[in-house]
Design a protein around this ligand. Sequence first.
Ligand code: GN1
Ligand code: MG
Length: 366
Amino acid sequence: MNQEVEKVFSSFSVSYDTIKDVQPCFIGHISRTFFVTAKTGEKEEKYVLQEMNEYVFPNIDVLMKNVMAVTSFLREKAKKRGEDEDRSTLRFLPAKDGKDYYRHTDGKAWRAYRFIDDATTYQACPSPDFFEEVGRSFGNFAKNLADFDAATLGEVIPKFHDTATRYQNFLKAVEKNQAGRKEKVRKEIEFLQARKDKCEAIVRMIEKGEIPLRVTHNDTKLNNVLMGEDGKGVCIIDLDTVMPGSVLYDFGDAIRFGASSAAEDETDLEKVFVDMTMFEAFAKGYVGELKGYITEKEIRAFPLGAYVITMETGMRFLTDYLDGDLYFHIQYPEQNLDRARNQFKLVADMETKEGEMNGIIAALLE
Ligand code: GN1
Ligand code: MG
């Protein structure tokens, strides 16, 4: 395998003498990722090499065009602020044929970018202060993209957070029962059916013009921010889904993952709940950055964002389980069902904490 990866890497426009090391990375449900260390004399340089997922992203040209446009825009801004733009922004390597990515002889599409040293991604939050900084980082990212021209971005996954459409797709998956698993998940199907209206609440607010579309990240998981050794946010990564969306979802997705007391596939549901100290910490950082830039109505609806995106994510895991695990990578057969149940436990917990979440947000607006 490593030889194949080295061959792919040699198709990018970067000079080196030898490849010292190739390590697979097991984080993320979509791309296949490797860390490549290249040596020139005594000097070592590290890169990230990713095979993109064309089931998830059928139009790789649009995907890479978006990513290149967003990173150039952010890099220019970082330069103007006098920052080290290669630490705060991903730098992709062009392929030797001049394209933004490389298509291998087996038809697979790959991209490469420079590894950012002395920075790490986290799967769980070590402290509230840390999560507050994550909130500041994502808030700052949204602020930096506030004047990016949304019209220049292709809709890389149409209706990505359109929960009304996702609900219809879920019903179709139940109907089709492609993997023959429907009977096993009766309870989970009923859980969603009982919440259909709530699930569509943000879509309706957007339709009525109550909240605007902005250029958003759309995948604000804790592990999509690189954190420095000093506990400061360094760089926002995984820009594949940057497109017009709602800040409610970006706030919510960060809470869904980072303020959960347990991992996304924890099966002991007693251990799964929303940690309100973490909720408050993230909200403090995120709202602190965006107050004055977005409307009060959006900020007041942040708890709804957390609730809806958690339901959406559970629904997507359940849909994929019914389809036979076509979308999300799995490490064992029932993992998508475990993930769905875990998310629904969080949804149920949020229902009991709605007042508390609203109170925390209201206090930040005073
Ligand atoms: C996927 O690749 P990763 O793990 O950052 C997914 C997100 C989901 C997330 C659930 C393009 O993100 O939408 O919220 O899994 N990305 C895509 O963990 O579908
Ligand atoms: Mg990711």
